[in-house]
Design a protein around this ligand. Structure first.
Ligand SMILES: C[S@@+](CC[C@H](N)C(=O)[O-])C[C@H]1O[C@@H](n2cnc3c(N)ncnc32)[C@H](O)[C@@H]1O
Length: 316
């Protein structure tokens, strides 16, 4: 059993809570409950007529969030925990007979608890099953991808999702190695990567960091989940409602930034048209044009905050 403080330190906590402009009687969705850090901040600001919906695809995250929310719900606000993928937000709200909500938060990626639990297989620093599923009922583990994908598929995953310079070299080495013995554990893969990255390219980061990030994204279809959520959000948030996204790498941040720009300026008319004829109306405005990053003080306390970027959009 974990101690609450061990579970996950929420990043950009104050910035998220301020930017959501929480109304005590409003309805808010936390798409990524994790350890319940941001969820608890939202709940504390709600009155007994307010409602928080906290979603996660990992049942362990929901158990942690439930404990935390129950222990600090002094205002008797309502909260509902939902085990689901956030791309299903429209169906989740339909089931709850809710048309639109006042604000949505998604704090992407994995929690510290998931990374620190060796048997979940997210960490290149701990030996465990090569798993990496956020949702343990997902049929595909990282080991399935490593042991069954073609060299081109593995190269694509490592290059595109991990921005790994030695993608093909690592993929080819995996194909050769798995003919002798399939990959089972995180350290099986770490050892192979260490052997196949040229010594002279010693990096500041752990040699396996990029491949592990890439596999995690592939196993959990993280970019598709993000794109699907962004596609449905405008139908789920009320006028004046805020949408907050925290991302931890440039692939995700780029997707969010471009979608927010499209929402703010959806016009598809050629630039030299004197008037707009496409009739696509803006959905709202970008609140933080460059995104909000953590202060030096927060980074000193929580190194995970270093790469976090919060982007905020307000619906018209
Ligand atoms: C960075 S943690 C969130 C931490 C949380 N904000 C807190 O303060 O404790 C991300 C969480 O989102 C969950 N998650 C990631 N992608 C998801 C998805 N597509 N659907 C549902 N949950 C997801 C993960 O299982 C993980 O628990």
């Amino acid at each position: 059993m974990f101690k609450d403080s061990d579970y996950h330190i929420p990043v950009l906590y104050t910035e998220v809570l301020e930017s959501l402009l929480i109304k005590p009687g409003g309805i808010y969705v936390d798409c990524t409950a994790g350890g319940g850090g941001h969820s608890s901040g939202i709940l504390k600001r709600l009155s007994s007529t307010g409602l928080l919906i906290s979603i996660d695809q990992d049942p362990a995250a929901l158990t942690a969030t439930k404990l935390k929310l129950e222990s600090l719900n002094q205002n008797n606000a309502q909260f509902i925990l939902v085990k689901n993928q956030f791309s299903n937000l429209r169906e989740i709200l339909n089931d709850l007979k809710i048309d639109k909500v006042d604000g949505v938060l998604a704090d992407l990626g994995v929690s510290s608890y998931q990374i620190d639990t060796a048997e979940r297989g997210f960490s290149f620093q701990k030996d465990g099953d090569l798993d990496m599923r956020m949702d343990p009922s997902n049929p595909i583990k990282a080991a399935d991808i490593v042991n069954n994908s073609s060299v081109d598929e593995l190269t694509y995953i490592f290059r595109v999702y991990g921005e790994e310079q030695f993608a093909r070299r690592i993929a080819s080495a995996i194909i050769a190695e798995r003919k002798i013995k399939p990959f089972r554990s995180t350290f099986d893969l770490v050892e192979l990567i260490k052997k196949n990255i040229p010594a002279k390219s010693k990096r500041e980061k752990h040699p396996a960091k990029r491949v592990f990030q890439a596999l995690r994204i592939a196993v959990n279809q993280e970019l598709k989940e993000l794109e699907d959520l962004l596609d449905i959000l405008p139908q789920c948030v009320k006028s004046g409602g805020r949408i907050d996204f925290i991302s931890f790498h440039s692939l995700e941040d780029r997707i969010i930034k471009h979608k927010f720009q499209k929402w703010e300026n959806p016009c598809t008319c050629p630039k030299d048209f004197p008037v707009c004829i496409c009739d696509n109306k803006p959905l709202g405005k970008i609140i933080s044009r460059k995104g909000i990053t953590a202060t030096k003080m927060e980074i000193a306390k929580n190194s995970r905050a270093r790469s976090a970027r919060l982007r905020v959009f307000e619906m018209i």
